[in-house]
Each structure stands twice: as C-alpha cells, then as structure tokens.
Design a protein around this ligand. Structure first.
Ligand code: GDP
Ligand code: IMO
Ligand code: MG
Length: 422
C-alpha cells in the first residue's frame, strides 16, 4: 500500500493526466487537492481523447474512486458538465465521485470578477484561464465563500447567496462598472441539482484515513505546476493555490506523514501558457517546431503555449520543493530531429527570487540530439544512445531517477523502468 502524489514540476501541462491515468491501473482512489477547472488533463485511450478539468483523472477508469478534497474550488456547473460529458457512462462516474463538503463553491460571480480584474490589472494581466479561480480562493480566505455543505439547507443557502451577491455586485457594478451577477440563475441551478450534490458529498479526510488503513493505493493528482504555486512560483504570475505536494495534507485532509512517494512530471522541454517570466523561451524556428510537434495548445483555454528549452535549475528547485523521489519524463518523442539540444544550467544577471527569475540570461549545456523516431520503443536499452544521454544528464543534474519515459500521448506509449506502486 502506498500513498503517492503526481506533481507538475514546470508551469503546468507536463502530462500529469496521462501519467495519473497510467498509474490508476494500480490505484484504488485518485484525489484532487487544489485548483479547480482551470486544469486541463488530457488522456488518450485507443486514439480517443478525453480532457478532464475538475474531475480526478481516475474518472476514465471504471471502478476507481474519485475524491475532490476541500482544497479544490468547486464549480457545480463545471462539475455536472464534466460528469455529463461521459454520456452513457455518466451515472457510473457520478457513483464513484466523492466531494468534500468543505469545498468552496466557485460561482459565476467569480468568473466575472476574474475577467474584470484581469482587464483592470496594473502591471499587465496575469493571463488567467478566466475560470474564476482567484476570486473563489479570495472568498475562501475572507471566510465569506459558500461551501458545498451549505447546499444542504436550501433556505439558508439562498440567504447566504443573496448576501454574497450584494457584496460582489457592488464591486462589479460600481468599481469595475461591468456586468453584474445573476445570482438567482446560480441558485436555481444548484438547488435543481441539490440531491445529486448531497449524494456525492463525503467526509473526505475520514474516507482517506479509512482507505489508508485498508491498505489501498491512493494517488493524489496535482494540477498546475510548481512554478505556478502561489507561494513558491513566479509571483505574481501564478495560480491562487499551493500546487506543491506539501498542500496534500491540508487540501485533502490526509496526514502528511502518510504520503510515501512523490512523482514529479516533467516535459522534456518547457511550455508556459499565460504571462510571466520564462527565461528559456524560444521565439525562433525551434520554438515553433516544439509547439507544432508537441501540439502545444492549452487544453482548457485553447491558447497557444509558449515553448522553450528545458530549465534544469528550475527543475531542481521544483524537485526539491516537492520532495520528488521519482521523475516521469514526458514528450521525449517531440524532441526528435533537433540536431543539438540545449538545457539551461544557470542564469547570468540574475535579479529575482524563486525558481526561474525574470530579467536574466540563461546559460546552457549542449547535448546531442537524435533523428530516430522513438514513439514505438518500449524498452529503455533500445532507445538511441543520444536519448539515453539526455535522460541520464537530467537524472544526474536533478539527482532523481527517471522511472517512466513517455514517448507519445497514448495510454501505453511508455517506457517503464520501475513501478511507482509496489
Ligand atoms: P497536464 O495538464 O499536465 O495533464 O497536461 P495536458 O494534458 O494539458 O498537456 C499535455 C499534452 O501532451 C496533451 O495533449 C497530451 O495528450 C500530450 N502528451 C502527453 N504525453 C505525451 C508524450 O509523451 N508525447 C506526446 N507527443 N504527447 C504527449
Ligand atoms: P494543468 O493542471 C497550465 C495558468 C494560467 C495563468 C495562471 C493563473 O492543466 O497543468 P488561473 O486561472 O489559475 O488563475 O491562472 O496559471 N494555469 C495553467 N497553466 N496548465 C494549467 O493547469 C493551468 N492552470 C492555470 O495560464 O498563467
Ligand atoms: Mg493541462
């Protein structure tokens, strides 16, 4: 039995969904502990693509319990839209979905505030996903958020929602002078789905303790990535939650002492969607090639992802921050056909703090590239020498072994060197 985490080590979109999906073959439960439907986790099974936003990626594997912890900001509309996207399988998915009653609700007012704040921001927009994530977490910190458990008392919920509307509509209408919130539409929607919501509500910490005692393998699915962490990322161009593995304890209600393993997911190069520093960003043909071959388009917003070389300084920072004991290296196949690969090993003219300081010039190591197509390789020793050289260089630099290499988007496009769960 193991409790393990899968954490993104860059700016998100490292391929966490695919890795979580691989690992759920051996897991009893998958748990989200932070973020919301700003995430976009892609899983490709038999050529069919499924993108999960709010639901744990275990949703695509029948029988796997899916838990959403209190650290997640929960949009009831996004939740039902996603469950219903399973079509004939929707009821089966809903039956194994458990939601913490302590999840703050993400409502339409938060989306309106997110858009208004972005437009008005001094110093430039953050480039959020526009889903309302930041304002929903603000309401949590301010202790005025409505939580899932509040839905149990319909009359009380309506009164609290009206009071929340008075507060936010004053801000939207007067300060931002923008569209106000039709809170009654949210009220009607939520009350119309009240029975289903209450059926899915579950004391997640107790359930996790029970699963742990019973010896189940539990997988915690990170969203976003280390460099988007609200405290440890590239502030202020970050998301509004702690993405780090340390937040599992609070965001799910699972004793920190019981987390046994932390797998860090890292893309073989770097991408970022949204604004903010990105020292190794490429604006040339190589950058465009990575974007094209890697299909680097945001899974949630459809925005083009910025692309650049791997940054081993930021990677080591992220691995240390999360206590990563194993790496999953994704999208190695995308690098084929580049004669010389570069990996950042340091910065000149460093000014900022954190993992990837802005306003600095990266220094690079050059590594041999490869021309061979590696998508069909399943055994590590069968990889071209240059590919192994790249992998082993990363292992040495970060000080963590690469246990899984992903060489294509499909569920089985992997080279597994050692298993996460015993
Ligand atoms: P996540 O947010 O970390 O789950 O990652 P996303 O799903 O947003 O983005 C990863 C993208 O890369 C998706 O389109 C995946 O299907 C794709 N992908 C994942 N692993 C690989 C890989 O090894 N090779 C290739 N070519 N694509 C991959
Ligand atoms: P997954 O889980 C990549 C980025 C946004 C923006 C910043 C803040 O698929 O890796 P927010 O809407 O969270 O307030 O936006 O964070 N961002 C992501 N970038 N992948 C994600 O999730 C992201 N979730 C948020 O682009 O820069
Ligand atoms: Mg994504």
């Amino acid at each position: 039995m193991t409790a393990a985490a899968v954490i993104g080590l860059q700016w998100g979109d490292e391929g966490k969904g695919k890795i979580v999906d691989c690992l759920t073959a051996d897991a009893g439960a998958v748990v989200r502990f932070q973020g919301g439907h700003n995430a976009g986790h892609t899983i490709v099974i038999n050529g069919e693509t499924k993108i999960l936003h709010l639901l744990p990626s275990g949703a695509v594997r029948p029988g796997v319990e899916c838990l959403i912890g209190n650290g997640v900001v929960l949009s009831p509309r996004a939740l039902f839209a996603e469950v219903e996207s399973f079509g004939a399988g929707a009821a089966e998915v809903a039956a194994r979905l458990r939601l913490s009653g302590a999840c703050p609700l993400l409502l339409e007012c938060h989306r309106l505030l997110d858009l208004a704040r972005e437009a008005a921001r001094v110093g430039g927009a953050i480039g959020t996903t526009g889903k309302g994530i930041g304002p929903a977490y603000e309401d949590k910190a301010a202790r005025r958020a409505l939580r899932l458990a509040d839905v149990a008392d319909a009359a009380g919920f309506a009164a609290k929602l009206e009071s929340l509307a008075q507060y936010h509509n004053f801000m939207l209408g007067n300060y931002y002078q923008t569209e106000t919130w039709d809170w009654r539409a949210d009220l009607d929607f939520i009350l119309s789905r009240r029975d289903e919501l209450m059926q899915m509500m579950c004391p997640v910490p107790e359930r996790l303790a029970e699963l742990h005692r019973a010896g189940a393998n539990i997988l915690f699915e990170g969203a976003q990535g280390a460099l988007l962490d609200i405290d440890h990322g590239t502030w202020p161009f970050v998301t509004s939650s702690n993405t780090a593995a340390g937040n599992i304890a609070c965001g799910a209600g699972f004793a920190a002492r019981h987390l046994g393993r932390v797998a860090g997911v890292v893309k073989a190069y770097t991408t970022r969607v949204g604004n903010g520093p990105f020292p190794t960003e490429l604006h040339d043909d190589t950058g465009r090639r990575l974007a094209e071959r890697g299909g680097e388009v945001g899974a949630t917003t459809g925005r083009a992802r910025r692309c650049g070389w791997l940054d081993s300084v930021a990677l080591r920072y992220a691995a240390d921050l999360n206590g990563v004991d194993t790496l999953c290296l994704t999208k190695l196949d995308v690098l084929e056909g580049i004669e010389t690969l570069r990996v950042c090993t340091g910065y000149k003219n460093t000014r900022g703090g954190g993992g990837a300081p802005d306003d600095c010039e990266p220094e690079y190591a050059e590594l041999e590239g490869w021309d061979e197509s590696i998508g069909g390789v399943r055994r590590y020793q069968e990889l071209p020498r240059a590919v192994r050289g790249y992998v082993e260089w990363i292992e040495e630099r970060v000080g963590v072994p690469v246990s899984l290499l992903s060489v294509g988007p499909g569920r089985d496009d992997n080279i597994i060197r050692s298993r996460l769960f015993d």
